[in-house]
Ligand binder design. Structure first.
Ligand code: GDP
Length: 294
């Protein structure tokens, strides 16, 4: 996903290599190039501007112009800023000893149901006892999809009925947990191709009744900046605690992934890296920054 950006950034930074001192004009030129590269990778305009301003400020603060190894110093500053942009330290969703309930929201096609299956598999492999809840009250096909994923990962799936009120779901969940101990309940909710009021209304109600410990927004990194506007709406209406970025294996330019943390203010917990159920990884900002800068 980041090949083009990666190449462009390396080319710009390489121009400083093998040089003794660099001038302010050299630095400014490289900063301009970095900004262009970020914008061409579809990074949000404000994000690109702020990023370059911070790198420049640090470079001046650290007296890069007087240094004998300016290229290395600028590289380190860019690496640190890129890591910060992606969230700094890796953050994981809160996981209590028991009573965890994670509510997954997102647009249809974002990879929500697949991610529910991936999370169940991932945490089962860590010794947890997940339960999946297929809580799309509108689309039986979505519930069917989760039932199949549940079978594949060996995790039970509780299915809601068409138009089931959230109070009924909550009661059925409670009853289920009485006979089948589970410490992590992952709820896959309804998605739509676009945000609409009835969907938000229904999700807000479902959330209020189920009272999740985490609300994860699943964001398709292939859909670009538009995905981030959608994310803000989800957060305003539903309240989101963290993000899962899917399809990082895709060939989009990467700007949405790079801007997601900054634009939404939410940590990125996981990255989806393939269609397969194994394709889920905890998100490490420093590793991705390293990969991008090569
Ligand atoms: P939902 O409508 O949000 O529940 O989305 P689905 O879980 O049905 O996923 C939509 C499509 O995206 C499916 O074809 C998935 O296989 C695919 N998908 C989901 N996550 C990833 C990912 O991380 N990488 C890739 N390449 N495809 C993914």
């Amino acid at each position: 996903m980041f090949e083009n950006l990666s190449r462009r950034l390396r080319e710009s930074l390489d121009k400083l290599r093998g040089r003794g001192r660099i001038t302010e004009a050299d630095l400014k030129q490289v900063m301009r190039e970095i900004r262009m590269s970020l914008l061409e990778a579809d990074v949000n305009f404000e994000v690109a501007k702020a990023f370059v301003a911070r790198v420049q400020e640090k470079a001046i603060g650290q007296k890069v112009l007087e240094s004998l190894t300016p290229a290395e110093q600028v590289y380190t500053i860019v690496y640190n800023e890129l890591t910060d942009l992606l969230g700094g330290k890796a953050v994981q969703p809160e996981l209590r000893h028991e009573g965890n309930l994670w509510f997954l929201v997102g647009l249809q096609g974002s990879g929500k149901t697949t991610t529910a299956g991936k999370l169940a598999r991932y945490y089962k492999s860590k010794g947890r006892r997940p339960l999946l809840v297929a809580a799309d009250t509108q689309r039986p096909a979505a519930r069917e999809q989760l039932r199949i994923l549940g079978e594949r990962v060996g995790v039970p799936v509780l299915e809601v009925a068409d138009n089931e009120p959230p109070e009924v779901t909550a009661q059925r969940l409670k009853d289920h947990l009485k006979t089948d101990y589970r410490d992590l309940v992952i709820v896959d909710t309804a998605g739509r191709l676009q945000i609409d009021e009835p969907l938000m209304e229904a999700l807000a109600r479902q959330k209020a009744v189920l009272n999740p410990t985490e609300t994860l927004l699943v964001v398709d990194a292939m859909t670009g900046q538009e995905a981030l506007g959608v994310s803000k709406t989800f957060d305003e209406r539903i309240g989101v605690t963290g993000l899962v970025l899917t399809k990082l294996d895709g060939d989009a330019r990467g700007g949405a992934a790079l801007s997601a943390r900054f634009v939404t203010g939410k940590p990125i917990y996981f990255a989806g890296t393939s269609e397969k159920l194994e394709g889920l990884e905890p998100f490490y900002p420093d590793r991705l920054a390293q990969r991008i800068l090569g």
